[in-house]
Design a protein around this ligand. Sequence first.
Ligand SMILES: *[C@@H]1O[C@H](CO)[C@@H](O)[C@H](O)[C@H]1NC(C)=O
Ligand SMILES: *[C@@H]1O[C@H](CO)[C@@H](O)[C@H](O)[C@H]1NC(C)=O
Ligand SMILES: *[C@@H]1O[C@H](CO)[C@@H](O)[C@H](O)[C@H]1NC(C)=O
Ligand SMILES: *[C@@H]1O[C@H](CO)[C@@H](O)[C@H](O)[C@H]1NC(C)=O
Ligand SMILES: *[C@@H]1O[C@H](CO)[C@@H](O)[C@H](O)[C@H]1NC(C)=O
Length: 835
Amino acid sequence: MNLKRPPSMETKTVVLLSLTLLSLFSFSSSFTPTDNYLINCGSNTNTSFTPTDSRIFVADSTKQGSIFLSKGQSISLKNQNPSPNSPTLYNTARVFTAASSYKFSVKRNGTHLVRFHFSPFKAQGFDLTTAKFSVFANGNLLLRDFSTKVVVLKEYILRVDDYDLEILFSSVGDSRFGFVNAIEVFSAPKDFILDEGAKLVGKNGIEVYKNLSSHVLETVHRINVGGSKLVPFNDTLWRTWIPDEDFLVLKSAAKLAVTTQVPNYQSGGASREIAPENVYMTAQQMNRDNNQLQSRFNITWNFPVGSGGVRHLVRLHFCDIVSTSLNQLYFDVYLNEYSADNDLDLSSLTFHVLSSPMYVDYIVDSNDLGAVRVSVGPSAISSSSKVNAILNGVEIMKMVNPSRSQSGSKKGTVWIAVGSSIGGFAVLCVIVFAVILSCKCKKKKLKPRRVESAAWTPLGVYGGSTHSRMSEVTVNEYRNLKIPFADVQVATNNFDNSLIIGSGGFGMVFKGVLKDSTKIAVKRGVPGSRQGLPEFQSEIAVLSKIRHRHLVSLIGYCEEQSEMILVYEYMEKGPLKKHLYGPGCSRLSWKRRLEICIGAARGLHYLHTGSAQGIIHRDIKSTNILLDENYVSKVADFGLSRSGPCLDETHVSTGVKGSFGYLDPEYFRRQQLTDKSDVYSFGVVLFEVLCARPAVDPLLAREQVNLAEWAIQWQKKGMLEQIIDPHLAGQIKQNSLKKFGETAEKCLADYGVDRPSIGDVLWNLEYALQLQESASEPSREPHEDNNVNAPELPTPRIAPQAPSNNTETETGYGDGTSEIRNSLVFSQLMTNEGR
Ligand SMILES: *[C@@H]1O[C@H](CO)[C@@H](O)[C@H](O)[C@H]1NC(C)=O
Ligand SMILES: *[C@@H]1O[C@H](CO)[C@@H](O)[C@H](O)[C@H]1NC(C)=O
Ligand SMILES: *[C@@H]1O[C@H](CO)[C@@H](O)[C@H](O)[C@H]1NC(C)=O
Ligand SMILES: *[C@@H]1O[C@H](CO)[C@@H](O)[C@H](O)[C@H]1NC(C)=O
Ligand SMILES: *[C@@H]1O[C@H](CO)[C@@H](O)[C@H](O)[C@H]1NC(C)=O
């Protein structure tokens, strides 16, 4: 941190940019949105929200029928016993008995504000507090599995690039309906959200964040710091602002600053639409009267936002109402303890006009406690007589859907890229079955995806002996992925401690047996802590779709009674590690070890390139490779915490999954995990398998502690056989060992670009197996791989193919389960939803 440098250039560029673009709007005293839809849902009378609100919410049920409602089924519901002080707007609701949508035509592209008013009541046999539903806007999931017992206003800011905006309500789970009392859809002022006007703040420092407007934002907090509550009537965009007091970490550190002077909105600064006068006329400043505090200290606000590791837009509003002349105030801004701005100088940022409103946008991830902390404190360059720091307003908006675009941060790129493919996928599925529901399951719609699998008959596949019993069970017994809590209790003998087979950040893992005597592994989230529930639910959507012979599959879940439970197929022989070293290790043969590595590589290959595409496991190690009763290896623990530090990791501050000894060294240089990071970790596993020792063994001599370094040394000397597992002595064919050693070595290359893809690794392992088996099966005509540096061989025995889309089956093993099971899972969900 360079504390001595003049007012941050970065801030200047960003703010100047906003200044120029916003100039058009600064002086409009009242804002008239181009698109402006205010709907009084389920009502046949127009009404205003409050008596002082001049805006009229238009009835959506007219004599001619419902207006704006484009499809589906819905009814109007009227509260017969409204409470006397409830607004008339809330006395009616539209109740959606099937997936239905409102459709608004959009005159001007760009950012829009969308608000939903929910005020549940009971009438005509409907109890709106029992409704549970999701809401989408042009395919973007806004609200997932929403239900409420109290009045709730939800606000979203989203870009509409279409000729209309379709808002779809779709009930979920056992709920048979959704509802809404009022909807607002209106155009935001131009440049309300600037694409490159925000700074990404985090441990990598500060970077410009790109394509901000492509995100859907959900307002979480809107605070009038140092001021009173502002209602829609007081705000040009009909927003509600609340006081900051309850969020102050140390109330005595802050002192109110209030002015009666109307702020100098100027061309280039914030406009009234960015925030109204009242926000800029009050602030909190350092309470220097407090003798308990040092001369320099921060004022800190803690804003709970739900879960940790979720990206938020933080918009801070400033207006220097505390200085008597220019250039007195220099302060620093911190977000979640990261430096966000140094030596912020409001005078120069507002072109030397005092009391001139401005704002700065920051992007930051919520911290491990699920909060965003905002601190302001005096900067090092402020003179000791004028030590101060202020804040006038705060808005915090959750970035709802990951954008498909690149962020400034490299690390962000990975997370976003991964997250978006998942998020998009999950959303797609939900929409697809919402559509299907509303079309009353016209089968034709799904046909195109299935063409390639026409030749498979499900019975043939599941009856086949190649597959474990689990697949039959999965298909026949668990049509519905939801497993009643009672069944899980019975299966695990009410979570008997003696059945614990593992534990992790997520909670405990129990062994269990279902009524039909299927063995299961039950991952139980810490009961009562429903933190990460949305992530949990999206995980299920993803995990239930990932089916592969070499991936441990999810067979069900349970989210009753504040429980979050994942049920997986049970892997009889446990983790690979257990078979390699330590007490009771099973001394696997070389061939078996190769087969296990090949299986794991196949699973990983599917994660990287298969239908879910681009999933980085991030924690490949010998404890995450499990063996079934036939020693078929399966990769476990993928999925969780992929799209953010959720579930598994609420308490891990780095946000990096990954284990010591397996972690890609490139991560330390570039803070970036890629599919090549998985390849690195896999390389460590390969040496672990060969040498039968842990990736890190602190008890060994210094040069041996780290397996990757140690093994590479011997490999480079061409003397790898010196350090192999003694139990393998005399078992491994020279050329098989050579191939294996080279492959592992390549995986451990310092730079990701120099490492092979997992597909190449798989290929090479297949070849090592072939070399091993060749002598005993001379008919196979093995290649004598004499030339170490020879270009790779022509057609391999079993070519690992990059599956092209959802409908691929795996070449070679080709059991086709992924496809068939997907479609079954899919129809199960449909049936479930349709009930
Ligand atoms: C409600 O307002 C709309 C739009 O201003 C108008 O067309 C409609 O006639 C009004 N309905 C009633 C019942 O006043
Ligand atoms: C609005 O978006 C539509 C759809 O992308 C596009 O065809 C149209 O040209 C856009 N209009 C403007 C004014 O940008
Ligand atoms: C993201 O921004 C870049 C330029 O900054 C632009 O080319 C690209 O189209 C944007 N992507 C989206 C999805 O808006
Ligand atoms: C906000 O609007 C209300 C009317 O709804 C009014 O009574 C109040 O004085 C206004 N507050 C401010 C700070 O202007
Ligand atoms: C203010 O908070 C930041 C972040 O926690 C910290 O680094 C800084 O030292 C604090 N400043 C003062 C004056 O306490």
